[in-house]
Design a protein around this ligand. Sequence first.
Ligand SMILES: Nc1ncnc2c1ncn2[C@@H]1O[C@H](COP(=O)(O)OP(=O)(O)OP(=O)(O)O)[C@@H](O)[C@H]1O
Ligand SMILES: [Mg+2]
Length: 236
Amino acid sequence: MTPAFIRTRDLKKHYQMGGVTVRALDGLEIEIPRKSFTVVMGPSGSGKSTLLYLVGGLDRPTGGEIYFDNLRLDEMDENELAVFRRQTVGFIFQSFNLVQSMDAAGNVGFPMQFARVSPPERIKRSLELLERVGLADRAHHRPGELSGGQQQRVAIARALVNDPALILADEPTGNLDSASGMSIMHLLSELHQSGRTVLVVSHDQRMVRYATHKIFLLDGRAVSEDQYRSADLELS
Ligand SMILES: Nc1ncnc2c1ncn2[C@@H]1O[C@H](COP(=O)(O)OP(=O)(O)OP(=O)(O)O)[C@@H](O)[C@H]1O
Ligand SMILES: [Mg+2]
């Protein structure tokens, strides 16, 4: 068996809120294979977004270990994490997180500023990426002049700027109508087929159909599909 691309051991993210400890992740053990399309499912508050933030190096655990290849993300300092994020990870959020005052091309090119890419090269690559997500003709529209599905495609183009090996997406179709959601799923599937590892939080059954692997979370821990389904029955 090939070693897992990403692996966690007894991973914890606890928050102290007044006198109460919130256990967003509480002893999480998961493995994400390289080049998998892994879908994370779990009820609201079960720790899905927290998991994505930790895997993407946007946040740090309060306990346990998190491995990326053989690197320990939990032991990296801020600079190392920043390099990891820039070189390895593309994030796609539910709410797109686009800069409203910039047009689509500007939004896509934005992360390249930090990678010291020259302005002409930035524009060229932004236009290529917009073309790739089917938005060549919307390069000079601002987010407010785009549909939700188009905004999400801009966000995906932006996530691809540094050619990341790992794509993280948090409910990327959550705010979209069915047809736009479908086109986002196709895009993610293409990224997977081109050799990237995709980790996506989604309850959309159509997304789940693309999954090569599934992770089920309950109360900050990974459970089996059977445990997950029976808990779901108890809740409903
Ligand atoms: N900054 C924070 N401070 C305190 N508690 C937090 C913080 N961030 C998240 N939590 C708590 O951690 C738990 C897990 O949150 P998380 O956002 O990971 O859930 P989720 O599974 O993504 O839920 P949803 O489906 O609603 O997006 C929740 O109970 C949440 O209230
Ligand atoms: Mg969430």
